[in-house]
Design a binder for this molecule. Structure first.
Ligand SMILES: [Ca+2]
Ligand SMILES: [Ca+2]
Ligand SMILES: [Ca+2]
Ligand SMILES: [Zn+2]
Ligand SMILES: [Zn+2]
Length: 439
């Protein structure tokens, strides 16, 4: 027990404090109430009270919780464990995840108009207009639709920034929580998009990025429901990180093209597919331990494998660590520092208690590599000796963590230090007394 759950605990917002010791299913009644409200809002959960509750068969709360856990790629335990609560605490879109996809709700015009009826108090009107123009462009690149801004007269899609109750039956909730919501295509309020004006809207990765949220909401305005693909723009939680590149995913493009037809995509704009863990050709960028879990890195994604969870959940790296880039090179767990070290190119980051430490990225020259070493293929930490092996091309470098320098005589050929292992090495990890290396 201990470290893993303490680590996850730091993911939770400071506003919610649970009694220690922390273990799954042992949350306070406040946590339970919060979850009931969340499931009510996003999964059509209706609490059963009184006599009917005892008479009912399977617990409807657990059933809805499993539905939510399935959607978020979490272990479908039906327990209100800390990973589930952390997922519920993430900033997100106000629309339900149980919304049924209805093909009839789509625009018949090929040119759609939008109007901004109320601007943000957090960023300039010019910044808002630019973000919206870029957001529409992403959709217009995939389907034969045109979007035109109107200044005064009526438009199909009216966009506004609002505070708290704004008379549509779905009041905003102040900073955090719900960021925005939208209405599916139709007359009147149909297609309209509302942003919570109390969010710290930005054009970068601080606060909440307006472009990232606008692309998602505009997807609703065109008729798309939420997607459980964590790589999709239509995934309900906010995922934008420091190094994020905004683009529609394969799933988003497929869904919108089913509604409006295709536009031929140029080869440099092919949408990225979310990797499938069952793909036999799947390789990994890096693999590391993280307390009790194993973490597999691939492109923008991670899989977390926990010994007591059946389900292997895939999420975006940025949903845990917004500061980390995609396509990392190598990672290892330094159990003596209680941290995870992540490498990309000549930079590295240290993650402790599930947070990227301040002052990173730093340069790999701090590991006393010569300047000719520009990147690392894989890294492996030996808990007992506090040594770390770095695999670079055909060579192995051995770093003494206590002394802060390379061991004498290194680098050595991988074939010499690791007989039978081919080079280059893609990923390496120590687990259950075995060393696992991937080529
Ligand atoms: Ca809000
Ligand atoms: Ca409208
Ligand atoms: Ca690698
Ligand atoms: Zn949404
Ligand atoms: Zn609204």
């Amino acid at each position: 027990m201990g470290n893993l759950w303490m680590g996850l605990f730091t993911l939770l917002q400071p506003a919610v404090l649970y009694a220690s010791p922390l273990r799954p299913g042992a949350l306070s009644s406040d946590g339970h109430l919060f979850a009931e409200v969340y499931l009510g809002k996003f999964y059509n959960y209706k609490p059963v009270t009184g006599r009917r509750r005892r008479a009912a068969g399977p617990d409807p709360f657990q059933a809805k919780l499993r539905e939510m856990q399935h959607f978020f790629g979490l272990d479908e335990s039906g327990d209100l464990d800390l990973q589930t609560v952390a997922a519920m605490r993430r900033a997100r879109c106000g629309l339900s995840d149980a919304e049924q996809f209805r093909k009839t709700m789509r625009w018949t015009n090929r040119t759609l108009t939008y109007r901004i009826s109320r601007y943000s108090s957090k960023i300039t009107a010019a910044q808002v207009r630019t973000a919206f123009r870029q957001a529409w462009k992403l959709w217009a690149q995939a389907v034969p639709l045109k979007f035109r801004q109107k200044k005064r007269s009526d438009a199909d899609i009216v966009i506004s920034f609002n505070n708290k109750d704004h008379e549509d039956g779905s009041p905003f909730d102040g900073e955090g929580g719900i960021l925005a919501h939208a209405f599916f295509p139709g007359p009147g309020i149909g297609g309209d998009v509302h942003f919570d004006d109390e969010e710290a809207w930005t054009t970068n990765a601080t606060g909440h990025n307006l472009l990232a949220v606008a692309v998602h909401e505009f997807g609703h305005a065109l008729g798309l429901p939420h997607s459980s693909d964590p790589g999709a723009i239509m995934f309900p939680a906010y995922n934008f990180g420091l190094h994020s590149v905004l683009q529609l995913s394969f799933q988003d493009v497929k869904d919108i093209q089913e509604m409006y037809g295709m536009r031929v995509l140029s080869p440099d704009r092919l949408p990225p597919k979310t990797p499938d863990k069952c793909d036999p050709t799947l390789s990994f960028d890096a693999v590391t331990g993280m307390q009790q879990e194993l973490v597999f890195f691939k492109n923008r994604f991670i899989w977390r494998v926990h010994p007591s969870f059946e389900k292997i959940g895939i999420t975006l790296i940025t949903s845990l660590w917004p500061e980390l880039p995609a396509h990392i090179d190598a990672a290892y767990e330094n159990t003596n520092h209680n941290s995870m070290v992540v490498f990309k190119g000549s930079q590295y980051w240290e993650v402790s208690s599930l947070k990227v430490k301040h002052g990173y990225p730093r340069n790999i020259s701090e590991f006393t590599f010569p300047s000719a070493v520009r990147s690392i293929d894989a890294a492996l930490y030996f808990r007992e000796t506090r040594l770390t092996d770095f695999f670079i091309g055909g060579e192995c470098w051995r770093f003494n963590e206590d002394a802060g320098q390379m061991m004498e005589g290194f680098p050595k050929p991988i074939a010499h230090e690791w007989p039978g292992i081919d080079s280059p090495v893609d990923a390496a990890v120590a687990h259950n007394g075995w060393y696992h290396l991937w080529n």
